[in-house]
Every structure is written in C-alpha cells, then in structure tokens.
Design a protein around this ligand. Structure first.
Ligand SMILES: *Cc1c(COP(=O)(O)O)cnc(C)c1O
Length: 462
C-alpha cells in the first residue's frame, strides 16, 4: 500500500514513512491511495478479535512488517484489556445495541489504537536502535491512553499537551500520577484546538522535528484510524448481522477520527446504511452536513469534554474524497479555512456526504436526562459521550433499522456529570482506586509553541 497527502505533497510513501511523519509537510493528512476490498463472509470465519484485526490491518501495512510479526504485535497489544472479550455489548432493546469500547487500560476507545501503535513504533525503533519523542494533543482520553502505552517503552519519551480546566479530573490524574521518567504531561492555558495547533506547528517545523526525532499520535496519524476500522467489522460479525435491515452506527464525534474509521470500513465493503455524527454543542460537522458550510466557531465547554473541539481535523480526509481526490481542490479549501475560517461545498459534494452520513447535535440537558433515564430504565450507566451517541441514534433512526451506538468511554471517567444525573455516587473502579490519593505532577504553560519546544529540548530522548 502506498500513501499520499490530501494536499499533494509526496506520494508513493510507505506505511512506515507516514507513521513517523504523522502530518504531511504541506499540512495535509496522509491517506492510502486505494481502499483494500475485504470479503465480509471470509472474515466471519475468523476466531478472534486479533485474527480479524490482522486481516484488516495487514493490507495497509503490507511488507513493511511481516504478517507473522504483525500478528505477534496485535496479540500482545490486546492482552491487557480487562475483559476476555475486549469489546462487550449491551443490548438496551431490540435493534439498539451499545458497543462498549472502554475495556482497555485507560477506559476509553483510544486504547485500541494506542496499545498497538506504540509497539509498532517500538518495533521499528528497536530494529534501528533509535529513540523517539512522541508529542500528542489531547482532549482528555488520547493522552492517558498514549501515556499508558508508552510507559514501559525503552525507546520513547512522550510529551502530552492538554487544555487547562477543560478535561475531567479523572482524565488529568490518569496522566499526572504515573511519573515515568519518559512521561511529560503539559497543561496548556488554552483549548484543545490550541494544543493541536502547537503539535501541528512543531511537526511542520522540519528542522526542529528532525533534530529531536519527533512523531505525533493524534488521530491525524493515519495508523490510529486504520486500527479503529476493525471494530466496525467485529461488531457486525459478533452480532450476527444479516443485512436484511439497514445497519447504522451512531458515533460520538469530535475530531472525526473514530467515525472516519467507520467510513473506511464502508469503503472497504462493509454494507453500512448510515454513520451518524453525534455531536455536542461544538457542532461544526452537524452544521456542515445541514448547510454545506464548514465554518469554525468558538469552542464551548461541555459535559462531554473529549468532544469540545472547534475543528474536526480528520474531516480533511473526507473532504479529499468529496473533492474526488483532487489534492489541489482540497488544498484550496483548507487554505480558505485558514484564512476565512470557513469554506463551502457544492450541493453534489454535500449530497455525496449525506449518502452515508447523518448528524445530530445533542444538548447538555438532553445528555443529563438520558443518562438518568437509561439508569432508571435499564439499570445501566452510560457516560456523557455515549449519551450523545444514543440520543442521536434515537432521534434519527426508525424502527426498521438495526442500530449500534459506540460507547467511547467508561462513565467513571466523567463521574461528576454522571453522578449528578443518576443521583447517587458511582462505585470506585478497582484499578483506579489509589489514583485520587496520589500527588499530581505536570508542567503548566502558556499557549506557546516555543515554551513547549523548550520542555522538549530539556527532556528529549536521545
Ligand atoms: C476522543 C473521544 C471522542 C471523539 O472521537 P473522535 O475520533 O475525536 O471523533 C468521543 N468520545 C470520547 C470519550 C473520546 O475520548
């Protein structure tokens, strides 16, 4: 498989090239030059999640890593999940199933990608005897998942930027109480978008990023999307879906990474009817789908902080398809976005998106009400992000379709909000019982790329 940038710089790149680069030099995102076509019926005969992951991921990596090596990496990656079935399902009622993606070590779906990407980095680094510095911007969950995965790595230091006062206490403590000597949590006085901008600025600064051998693991890194494709297939296989009825996925969405993985699954031949973009008040994608105008608003702080994002970076990958893979048109739109804070697409482009996507914005009041209602009715506690997915699913779907709602995080991560809604305190999570007693250690910086660079200069892995 070869890769290219959505804005035209570089082509013929290998998986390893784009894994380490993260972002293209022209600011574009890497995409595979074609979609591997997968035979769903053949996949059905595979026995385990790991076997399925191998079949789906391998075509994107090819000989960059041998199939046997990749198989080992995948098997190890998911060994630490708390449940034997690493994805569990909760059917709330007929044709309404919650897909629990929070059984990993840090209790959010981000573990799926991080637990595998870090060993893949290590695989290359050990072979070449190199040290890497990872940088990541987080709206809360990516950071803890990345830190947890990097903790034991001899080859990697991680610098993790999170927005001050805009993630939950639980999320912050997951990053600030591990203390590994290769771990550097950094609070930025700004929003997630500011953090993401610092990461992009550092990556595009080739002099700096080459000197300090820097890579990034935000969802702008293709490898994360690639790994998340697997659970769309897995969900439909495990639930014995027959496709006699329309199959929809509702996905709580911020940076458009998780749902874009669903889109890739669809492009690879999984017959999904609709992918529902479920958003909170930060609704750039919902507004786009309704009006054809993609326009950056102010970030609103909500009870679903992992989705408090003004710009959905991965949307550029869909935009590239909507522009019929024209790198010049994609590039022009993104430059327009930079300068005018908006661009618009024509009707035929928007309709192409509407063929597979639908969208719904869900308010914080609705979230709170639905957490309460779900608890009362089903004795089942959902987190605020999942509530957005569930609410969107119900408001869009009819009784004919079979609906899967991705549950992106364990409710304990957002206990302040959840406890208020259900009117009682939650049971402690046993693996995290001690965390709240530990002292927190992290840097606290202004919204400044240079200050982050200083921290990297004094702590990089060499
Ligand atoms: C990251 C995250 C999301 C949003 O995922 P994207 O890939 O950014 O769209 C939703 N819910 C939770 C709990 C998350 O951590």
């Amino acid at each position: 498989m070869k890769y290219l940038s959505t804005r035209g710089a570089g082509n013929d790149l290998t998986f390893k090239n784009i894994l380490f680069a993260g972002l293209a030099s022209d600011g574009g995102l890497y995409v595979p030059e074609k979609w591997p076509v997968i035979d769903f019926n053949k996949l059905k005969s595979l026995n385990s999640y790991s076997d399925l992951a191998l079949e789906i991921i391998y075509p994107f990596i090819n000989n960059d890593i041998g199939k046997e090596e990749l198989k080992k990496l995948i098997n190890n990656a998911y060994a630490d999940f708390s449940k034997k079935d690493i994805i569990t399902f909760k059917m709330l009622k007929q044709k309404e199933t919650v897909v629990e993606l929070f059984n990993g070590p840090t209790l959010a779906f981000k573990d799926f990608a991080m637990q595998l990407i870090v060993p893949i980095f290590d695989y290359y680094l050990s072979k070449e005897n190199k040290k890497l510095n990872l940088i990541v911007a987080t709206s809360g969950d990516t950071g803890s998942a990345a830190i947890s995965a990097v903790q034991a790595s001899p080859n990697i230091n991680i610098f993790c930027l999170f927005p001050k006062g805009r993630i939950s206490k639980f999320q912050r403590k997951q990053m600030s109480t591990l203390y590994g000597k290769n771990i550097f949590p950094i609070e930025i006085d700004g929003t997630f978008d500011d953090c993401q901008n610092i990461v992009k600025t550092i990556l595009i600064d080739k002099v700096f990023s080459e000197e300090f051998y820097i890579a990034a693991v935000n969802s702008i890194n293709w490898s994360r999307v690639m790994i998340q494709i697997v659970y769309y297939f897995h969900t439909l296989i495990v639930n014995n879906v027959t496709f006699d009825e329309p199959i929809n996925f509702s996905v709580p969405t911020g940076n458009f990474g998780d749902i874009y993985a669903g889109y890739v699954a669809y492009k690879m031949g999984l017959p999904i009817n609709k992918l529902i973009i479920a958003t909170n008040e930060n609704d750039i994608l919902d507004r786009f789908l309704k009006t054809g105008v993609y326009s950056i608003g102010e970030v609103t702080k909500t009870t679903s902080p992992s989705m408090d994002i003004a710009i959905a970076s991965n949307f550029e990958r869909l935009l590239f398809d909507l522009c019929n893979k024209s790198t010049s048109e994609t590039s022009a739109k993104m430059i327009e976005l930079d300068e005018a804070k908006r661009f618009s697409l024509n009707n035929s482009q928007v309709n192409k998106a509407k063929n597979i996507f639908d969208s719904k914005k869900v308010s914080q009041e609705e979230v709170s009400k639905l957490i309460q209602e779900t608890y009362n009715k089903f004795n089942y506690i959902i987190d605020p992000h999942t509530a957005i997915g569930l609410s969107a699913s119900r408001s869009i779907n009819d009784s004919l379709s079979n609906n899967f709602i991705l549950s992106t995080a364990h409710p304990i991560k957002f206990s302040e909000t959840v406890e208020k809604a259900i009117g009682r305190s939650m049971d402690e999570h046993e693996e995290y019982a001690d965390m709240f007693k530990k002292e927190e250690k992290f840097y606290s910086l202004d919204n400044s790329t240079n200050k982050v660079k200083e921290i990297i200069k004094s702590n990089y892995n060499r």
